[in-house]
Design a protein around this ligand. Structure first.
Ligand code: ARG
Length: 279
């Protein structure tokens, strides 16, 4: 993740220095060409100021409705009545940067992309993996974390790897990349749950054989119950990003700029480390 972010900030820097070059040239030309150069410069300065004020106005009054599915510790989950987690804190930090007031809307995972389409939410922050399929209907921000799908079984299970899944029942969360992956495993049956927690309960009760789930929540669930075992095999490698309605490219640009700043300042790492302490 850090590498990617570095590449990103380099790109931003390069763009900035390129922009610097071209405006320098333009200024020189103007000075050489006309005696009213001074007036022109003053005018353009005023325009910039007006633009900035306008931007501040929209940002100040603006609200940012964040859609999530708070069944996914440590990215989003309930602590009492409050939704907390990595995504929530990153979204709040983005809101702070943009002067926008953040509210979080909890809904089913498979309702999140439709909620963007109908403008019920402005942005989705839900440990959502960037996939080509989803990119057809939404824009993704720059990635802020990486993940993998893993398999959770009950202690004592005869499943030792993905090779052993034939004839088994796999629990997934409906509409996730884990759902997609499990559905491709030949000879396995897939049971789709609205909440990961329900899939985990089912595996503990022996109703299903395994759960296909993202690595970080797998750890969070396994930490809470010693009867859960995470198999040492990554079924995928994925990037998490926030999703935004394709029409709202203005928000996309702003959020990407905020993510780049939060990365540079170390805030992203700080938030992630707070919830996933380095081993
Ligand atoms: N990373 C997976 C996906 O994008 C699972 C995300 C589930 N997130 C959640 N908040 N329940 O499909």
């Amino acid at each position: 993740m850090k590498k990617k972010m570095l590449a990103l900030s380099m790109a931003v820097l390069m763009a900035a220095s390129l922009a610097g070059c071209s405006s320098g040239t333009k200024e020189a030309e103007t000075t050489a060409a006309a005696s009213e150069a001074g007036t022109e410069a003053a005018e353009s300065k005023e325009e910039t100021k007006a633009d900035a004020a306008e931007e501040e106005k929209t940002a100040e009054g603006g609200s940012l409705v964040v859609g999530t599915n708070a069944t996914f510790p440590p990215y989003e989950y309930y602590e009492g009545d409050e939704i907390v987690g990595i995504d929530v804190e990153i979204a709040q930090a983005i809101g702070e940067k943009l002067g926008m007031e953040v509210t979080v809307e909890d809904m089913e995972f498979d309702a999140l992309i439709p909620a963007l389409a109908s403008n019920k939410v402005d942005i989705v922050a839900a440990g959502m993996t960037v996939t080509p399929e989803r990119e057809k209907s939404v824009n993704f921000t720059d990635s802020y974390a990486t993940a993998a799908q893993v398999i959770i079984v009950k202690k004592g299970s005869d499943i030792a790897s993905s090779e052993d899944l034939e004839g088994k029942i796999l629990g997934v969360q409906l509409g996730t990349t884990g759902d997609g992956l499990a559905s491709e495993i030949e000879g396995a049956q897939v049971e789709r749950f609205n909440k990961y927690f329900e899939a985990i309960q089912s595996v503990l009760q022996g109703k299903i054989d395994a759960v296909v789930i993202d690595s970080a929540p797998a750890k969070a669930f396994a930490e809470k119950d010693e009867n859960l075992v995470i198999l040492d095999e990554a079924l995928s490698s994925e990037d998490y990003a926030m999703a935004i309605n394709k029409d709202n490219t203005e928000l996309l640009d702003k959020v990407n700029a905020a993510i780049a700043e939060l990365d540079e300042e170390g805030t992203l790492d700080e938030i992630i480390d707070k919830y996933i302490p380095a081993e």
